[in-house]
Design a protein around this ligand. Structure first.
Ligand SMILES: [Cu+2]
Length: 304
C-alpha cells in the first residue's frame, strides 16, 4: 500500500526520507494520544472506583491545556530539527534544470554550467543517481506546484518568482510527479516522470538528447505540427508545445497520462481532446486519415 512510484511513504531520496519520518513520528504521536484519551473516556463512562477527579479543575487544566501544549511543542521542535536536516543534506548542485509550468504540461530545459539553456525536453526529467540536482521552478502565467513525493517535498511555481527545489535519488528508478496546485482545465492530467539513472547511463542519455534529430523531416509534420513543435535539426521550430526532438525516447505522452508507443501516439494526435479535455493542442482525427496518423506516429516514435 505504501509502495509505488508516487508515494511519499516509499522514499528514495534524503528529503523524502525526512518527510516520511516526520509523518511516521507524528502518526505514532497521534495514535498514543488518541489511545490514551479513548482509554480515559471509556473508564470515565463505564469504569469503577473513584473517577470524580476526572471532572476536577486540576485534571481539566492538566489534560486539556498543559499536556497538549507540551506534546505539540515537542513535536514542533522535532519537525523543525528534521526539516533543517533537509537543507543540510544538500551540497553544491551537480546539475541544474529549469522546469517551466505550462498549461498543462512541463517544459524542461537542462542548463549548462553557466546557467544557460542547453537543450529542451518535456514531461520527463532524468537525473544521475546520487547527485544533488537543483530544479529552477518558473511559470509564465499561472500557479502550479511540483510534487514528486518519493523524492522531495512540494514547491510552488509562481509567476514572477523563481523557486529552487533540490532533490537527490539514492538509486536507479522511475518516480512519478504531479502538479499539486489547481491551475485550470486539465490540471489533474499534468504529471511528469523523474527517471534516476546511473551516471554513465545518464551521460549517454544527455548526449543523445542534446543532439539534433538525424531523421529527415516528415512532410506531414512540417505542414500540420511545426507551428507549435520543435524538432531540432529540421524546419520545425514552434515553441507553443513540447519539444519533440526525441519524443520517442520518453516514457509517457500528454504529461504523464499515456504510455508512449506508436498506438498511443496516433491516438493522441487524432483525439487528444477526448483523452485530455481542454488541453491546448488541436486534435487531427477528422483532418488526417488513419494512414496519415499512423505514419506521423511512426515518425515520432523514430525520434529517439
Ligand atoms: Cu496544476
Amino acid at each position: 500500500m505504501i509502495e509505488g512510484l508516487q508515494s511519499a511513504l516509499d522514499p528514495h531520496g534524503p528529503d523524502a526520507r525526512v518527510i516520511a519520518q516526520i509523518w511516521w513520528v507524528l502518526l505514532c504521536g497521534a495514535i498514543v494520544v488518541f489511545a490514551l484519551v479513548m482509554a480515559l473516556a471509556t473508564w470515565a463512562a463505564f469504569g469503577r472506583g473513584n473517577r470524580g477527579w476526572l471532572a476536577g479543575h486540576a485534571a481539566v487544566v492538566t489534560g486539556g491545556v498543559a499536556v497538549p501544549a507540551l506534546v505539540l511543542f515537542v513535536l514542533l521542535i522535532y519537525t523543525f530539527v528534521a526539516a533543517a536536516r533537509m537543507h543540510a543534506e544538500h551540497r553544491e548542485a551537480a546539475l541544474r534544470i529549469e522546469v517551466v509550468g505550462e498549461q498543462w504540461w512541463w517544459r524542461v530545459h537542462y542548463l549548462d554550467d553557466d546557467g544557460a539553456r542547453d537543450f529542451a525536453t518535456a514531461n520527463e526529467i532524468r537525473i544521475p543517481v546520487g547527485a544533488s540536482v537543483e530544479l529552477k521552478l518558473v511559470s509564465p502565467d499561472v500557479l502550479h506546484s511540483l510534487w514528486v513525493p518519493s523524492l522531495a517535498g512540494k514547491l510552488d511555481l509562481i509567476p514572477g518568482k523563481d523557486n529552487r527545489l533540490r532533490l537527490r535519488a539514492d538509486g536507479a528508478g522511475v518516480h512519478r510527479g504531479q502538479c499539486a496546485e489547481y491551475c485550470g482545465g486539465p490540471h489533474a492530467q499534468m504529471a511528469l516522470m523523474v527517471v534516476a539513472e546511473e551516471p554513465e547511463a545518464f551521460e549517454r542519455w544527455r548526449a543523445r538528447q542534446r543532439a539534433s534529430s538525424t531523421q529527415p523531416a516528415d512532410e506531414s509534420f512540417l505542414a500540420h505540427c511545426a507551428s507549435c513543435h520543435t524538432v531540432r535539426g529540421t524546419e520545425a521550430l514552434g515553441t507553443l508545445g513540447p519539444d519533440l526532438t526525441h519524443v520517442g525516447s520518453r516514457l509517457s505522452l500528454g504529461a504523464g497520462i499515456l504510455p508512449n508507443n506508436t498506438g498511443t501516439l496516433a491516438a493522441w494526435i487524432g483525439s487528444n481532446q477526448h483523452l485530455k479535455p481542454g488541453n491546448l493542442m488541436p486534435e487531427f482525427g477528422t483532418e488526417l486519415s488513419g494512414a496519415q496518423l499512423t505514419a506521423l506516429a511512426a515518425y515520432l516514435q523514430s525520434l529517439r
